[in-house]
Design a protein around this ligand. Structure first.
Ligand code: ZN
Ligand code: ZN
Length: 255
């Protein structure tokens, strides 16, 4: 499985694109989050909208969901030999997220006798939080209220069903202590993708809290992401603790 960072920056970053990732495995490409800078991030990573098979949106901030409508419109209005041959991207949707999709996409796409769901293939997960796609299991971690109070949000735990190797993706989170992230780490965990802020931030994990939350033996598994434009000055301290920083154009071959 290859993790391709499409963007690694914080919501307001001017240097890095939004924190979105393309997961490539067994001929499939799954996009985690589609922020408003998605088209530029994809272009820089040499990926086209049509390459994307699956999408999962962790939460509905603009840096994670602002690019969905363009992705859908682009893939739907695909032509082959002058003939309309829409690509319906598969959207993995947890049942509690349905109203968010309605609110975000209906104004632009539910018209002309169409509904926004005509532009996608929906995989709605009701009463379950896991999905298996070939050798991999995707478990969605409910982090609602732990990023923003009153907001729905999810992390992802991806496991290789043959080897047990797994990675944890926190997406945006502030209150690590109330999450189940630490309890999920086991001997087969190869990476934890963790958002980070180097000054106190009411909605993101503060570096000092990350140091306290994770046992030292797991520091080397941490891949920090969703960082600000001033990340360079913190690289020595991150290195000192043996942690990693996710970087654009540096694909990670994990699992
Ligand atoms: Zn964000
Ligand atoms: Zn957010």
């Amino acid at each position: 499985m290859i993790i391709k960072p499409i963007g690694t920056g914080s919501a307001l970053s001017k240097r890095f694109f939004n924190n979105n990732y393309l997961i490539e495995f067994e001929n499939y490409k799954l996009l985690i989050d589609a922020g408003s800078s998605l088209k530029y991030g994809l272009q820089a990573a040499d990926v086209s909208y049509g390459d994307i098979d699956y999408v999962f949106i962790t939460h509905f901030h603009f840096d994670h969901a602002g690019g969905i409508e363009e992705l859908l419109t682009n893939n739907y209005w695909t032509f082959k030999d002058g003939k309309h041959s829409p690509k319906l991207t598969k959207f993995i949707i947890l049942e509690p997220q349905v109203s968010n999709y309605n609110n975000l996409l209906s104004p632009g796409l539910s018209n002309q006798n169409m509904c926004y769901t005509d532009y996608m293939e929906t995989i709605i997960l009701s009463n379950q939080s896991t999905l298996q796609i070939s050798s991999y299991e995707f478990e969605f971690i409910d982090t609602s209220d732990l990023h923003c109070l009153g907001m729905q949000s999810y992390g992802i735990h991806i496991k290789n069903r043959n080897t047990g190797a797994n990675i944890i993706f926190t997406s945006d989170i502030q209150n690590l202590e109330k999450s189940s992230i630490r309890e999920r780490i086991n001997d087969y965990t190869v990476a934890i993708f963790q958002d980070v802020s180097f000054s106190y931030n009411p909605v993101h994990a503060f570096f000092d809290d990350i140091l306290l939350y994770y046992p030292k033996k797991y520091y080397s598994l941490l891949y920090l992401m969703h960082y600000g434009d001033d990340i360079d000055k913190f690289l020595p301290i991150i290195k000192n603790y043996g942690m990693n920083v996710v970087q654009q154009k540096k694909d990670l071959n994990l699992l």
